[in-house]
Design a protein around this ligand. Structure first.
Ligand code: HEM
Length: 466
C-alpha cells in the first residue's frame, strides 16, 4: 500500500512539473554493472573525460544512467546546472558524495556538510574574501615567486607542474595558517617537512581509509598556529577598518577567521579546508596555462607583449588568464536530491521537458563538457584560443563555470585568479620564449584536482633585459 501511495505521489509530482523520462544510457543494465566496468576501463585508459563528451553527444545534454543499481543523471545543460546550483539549491545536497572523503581531515569543514551546518561553516569565511585586494599580499607572493624564478634552470627542460605545486603550497600555507611550509627552501624545518608529507599523503589517499595518522599531524600543525592567532586576537586593539594597513606581517586568513569564531575545531577545519581547496586547484590552473602556452608560441608572445605593454618589467597589475575553460581543475561535480524534485530540461523525445529526480538520486554535472560545447564556443571549442574571450557574449558565459555558481560557488575565486595571474605575469616578464619539451598529448590525471599525467616539461628562455 505504501509503495502504491508513493507511486501515485510521484506520478502527480511529475505531472505537475511536466516531467518526462530522459534518454537512458543503459536501460537493460538493471544493476549498473556494465556501467561500473566501462567507467573503470575508461579510468584506467585515461579516457574518462573524452568518454563524458562522447556520451553527451550520443544521448543528449541530459541522460539517465545506472551505477550499481542507483539511478544517476548526467547533465551538461547550462539550464539544468543553473537550476541545481541556484534556483533549486535547497533541493540538492553535496555532502552525500564526498563527506566520507573530507570528514577525517575536516570534520566540520565546509566540504563535508550541508544545510544549517554548511551555513555555519560558510559563515566562518564571512567578510574574508569580499575584498580580494586586502587579502592578496603581493609582497609575500613576490618573496615566494622570486625563489621559483631562481630555481628555473637555464637552457634545459624541467617540470613546471612540480614547481607550481611547491610554490602554491608555500604561498597558501602562509596565507591560510600564517606560516609558510618553505617547501622550496633548503633549510625547511623537520616539523614543516613532516607537515607537508602528511598533507600530501592525506590528499593522495583521501578516497581511502587509514589516513588518520597523517590527518592528526596536519591538525597538530594547524592547531599550534591557531592558538597563537586566538592569543593575538585577545591582545589586539579594535580590528582595522577596510583600506587601512593591516598588521606589519601582512594578512593571514587565520587571523581573519578569528573575527568570526574562536572555536579551535572550527578554525582548524576552516583553515585546513583552504589547504585542501586552494593549492592543487591553483597549481592546476597555472600548470595547464603554461602547458598550453608551451604549445602556442603566438599566444605566449602576444600575452607577454600585453604584459610588458601594460606593466613593464616591474611586479605587476592583475591580468586574467582564461585557461580555466579548456582544462577546468574541477571537471565534474555531483549533487544528490534531498527531496523529490526535477530538472527543467532533458526529458521527452525532444529533450525539452522536465525530468523527475527522486529523493536520493544523483545528478552529475560536467564543467568539462559544458566548457567544450560546440554550441556555446563554436567549432574550435576544444582549442586554446584566448582571443575568443574578446568576442563572446554574456550568454556564452552561462556555459562557463569553473568556480560553480550560486550560494555554494567558490569563495576563493577572485583570490585564486589574482594569485595565479601574479605568478603568470612574473614568469611572462622574466622569460622571453617558451619551448615545449614533451611531444605527448595532455593526459588526464585525477587527484584532488585535474592535472596532466606527464607534468609540464618545458624550457624557458630568460630575457636578458629583465
Ligand atoms: C583555480 C582555482 C580554483 C578553482 C577552479 C576552484 C573551484 C571550486 C569549485 C568548482 C567549487 C564548488 C565545489 C562544489 O560546490 O561542489 C569550490 C568550492 C570552494 N572553494 Fe574553490 N576553487 C579554486 C581555488 C580556491 C581557493 C584559492 C580557495 C581559498 C583560498 C578556495 C576555496 C573554496 C571553498 C572554501 C569552497 C567551498 C564552498 C562551499 O561549499 O560553500 N578555492 N571551488
Amino acid at each position: 500500500v505504501q509503495e502504491r501511495k508513493r507511486y501515485r505521489v510521484l506520478q502527480d509530482f511529475a505531472k505537475q512539473h511536466g516531467c518526462k523520462p530522459a534518454p537512458s544510457e543503459n536501460p537493460y543494465d538493471l544493476f549498473g554493472i556494465n556501467k561500473i566496468i566501462s567507467s573503470t576501463w575508461h579510468l584506467l585508459n585515461k579516457s574518462t573525460l573524452q568518454n563524458t563528451i562522447d556520451a553527451f553527444e550520443k544521448y543528449g545534454e541530459t541522460y539517465a544512467s545506472r551505477i550499481a543499481a542507483q539511478r544517476v543523471f548526467f547533465t551538461c545543460s547550462p539550464r539544468n546546472i543553473k537550476h541545481i546550483l541556484v534556483q533549486r539549491f535547497v533541493d540538492y545536497d553535496s555532502s552525500e558524495v564526498r563527506a566520507h572523503l573530507f570528514r577525517p581531515i575536516t570534520e566540520r569543514g565546509i566540504f563535508a556538510v550541508d544545510g544549517q551546518q554548511w551555513r555555519i561553516a560558510r559563515n566562518l569565511y564571512r567578510g574574508q574574501f569580499s575584498n580580494t585586494r586586502s587579502i592578496v599580499d603581493l609582497k609575500m607572493e613576490e618573496k615566494h615567486v622570486k625563489l621559483i624564478l631562481s630555481c628555473i634552470p637555464v637552457g634545459q627542460s624541467f617540470d613546471l607542474q612540480t614547481l607550481f605545486l611547491n610554490l602554491i603550497l608555500d604561498i597558501t600555507t602562509e596565507f591560510a595558517i600564517w606560516d609558510s611550509v618553505d617547501s622550496q627552501s633548503p633549510t625547511q624545518t623537520e616539523e614543516k617537512n613532516h607537515f607537508v608529507s602528511s598533507l600530501l599523503t592525506v590528499k593522495r589517499v583521501m578516497a581511502r581509509d587509514g589516513f588518520l595518522g597523517p590527518a592528526a599531524a596536519c591538525h597538530r600543525f594547524a592547531e599550534k598556529r591557531i592558538a597563537t592567532a586566538i592569543e593575538l586576537r585577545k591582545l589586539q586593539q579594535p580590528p582595522e577598518k577596510d583600506g587601512e594597513e593591516r598588521k606589519p606581517q601582512g594578512y593571514s586568513l587565520l587571523e581573519g577567521l578569528t573575527e568570526n569564531s574562536t572555536n579551535v575545531i572550527d578554525l582548524r577545519d576552516g583553515a585546513t579546508t583552504i589547504l585542501v581547496a586552494g593549492i592543487d586547484s591553483v597549481a592546476s590552473l597555472l600548470s595547464t596555462a603554461f602547458f598550453l602556452l608551451g604549445r602556442n608560441d603566438k599566444v605566449f608572445q602576444k600575452l607577454r607583449q600585453s604584459v610588458l605593454d601594460a606593466v613593464g618589467t616591474e611586479p605587476p597589475a592583475f591580468e586574467q588568464l582564461k585557461t580555466l575553460r579548456v582544462y577546468p581543475p574541477v571537471p565534474f561535480n555531483a549533487r544528490t536530491a534531498n527531496k523529490d524534485t526535477w530538472l527543467p530540461t532533458g526529458g521527452g523525445p525532444d529533450g525539452n521537458s522536465a525530468v523527475l529526480v527522486k529523493k536520493g538520486q544523483r545528478v552529475i554535472f560536467s564543467s568539462w563538457a559544458i566548457h567544450r560545447s560546440f554550441q556555446t564556443f563554436g567549432d574550435d571549442a576544444h582549442d586554446f584560443r584566448p582571443d575568443r574571450w574578446e568576442h563572446l557574449t554574456a550568454e556564452s558565459l552561462l556555459g562557463y563555470l569553473p568556480f560553480n555558481i550560486g550560494p555554494r560557488a567558490c569563495p576563493g575565486q577572485q583570490y585564486a585568479l589574482m594569485e595565479a595571474s601574479y605568478v603568470a605575469v612574473r614568469i611572462l616578464q622574466t622569460f622571453s620564449a617558451i619551448k615545449n619539451c614533451d611531444p605527448r598529448p595532455w593526459t588526464e590525471h585525477f587527484g584532488l584536482n585535474l592535472s596532466n599525467e606527464n607534468g609540464v616539461q618545458l624550457e624557458l628562455v630568460r630575457d636578458e633585459k629583465t
